[in-house]
Design a protein around this ligand. Structure first.
Ligand code: GNR
Ligand code: NI
Length: 170
């Protein structure tokens, strides 16, 4: 297993639309294992392959609570089950130190393949539903900051650029 480097906003590689996985083979399983290791090390609850510059439709999620198991989603597709909107504060390993409220549908139905290449379906709500949608956005080259106003997004860009400059000189 290996740790992979996480790309950070506004890196243009985060805008790549990921391709479907054709077959779930050992190289995909190694990718999944590396993604879990990278996610746990960074203390995130989800990671999309896009974030480590691999442009395949692969996601790992682990909310790390009593109710939810670690989840592998390969070629995920979801449908919204309700008009009800969740407002949840989101963060992203690719936008470090930034937390903003995003509105998303509260209940979804997911269809995806697991680490063994078997198809599964499940319903999700609350934080899990939010996280699945956040990760699917990554696979489509989209970030949670794209759901915010242009003004907020440009402030976030400045804040991260300033953080980078301070890191470089300290
Ligand atoms: O660690 C993460 N926390 C989080 C909190 C609220 C909504 C979504 C997330 S996902 C994020 C990890 C990440 O960047 N996944 O792409
Ligand atoms: Ni993210």
């Amino acid at each position: 297993m290996a740790l992979r480097k996480i790309l950070e906003f506004p890196d243009s590689r985060l805008r790549t639309v990921a391709k479907d996985v054709e077959t779930v083979n050992d190289s995909i399983r190694t990718l999944v294992d590396d993604m879990f290791e990278t996610m746990y090390e960074a203390q995130g609850i989800g990671l999309a392959a896009t974030q480590i510059d691999v442009h395949l439709r692969v996601v790992v999620i682990d909310l790390q609570d009593d109710e939810n198991q670690p989840l592998v989603m390969i070629n995920p597709k979801f449908k919204t089950l309700t008009q009800e909107i969740d407002e949840m504060q989101e963060g992203c390993l690719s936008v470090p130190g930034v937390y903003e409220v995003v509105k998303r549908p509260d209940r979804i139905r997911l269809k995806a393949f697991n680490r063994d290449g078997e198809v599964y379906e499940m319903e999700a709500e609350g934080l899990l539903a939010v996280c699945i949608q956040h990760e699917c956005d990554h696979l489509n080259g989209k970030l949670f900051v794209d759901h915010l106003s242009t003004l907020k997004r440009s402030r976030i860009r400045s804040k991260l650029a300033k953080q980078k400059r301070t890191e470089a000189t300290s």
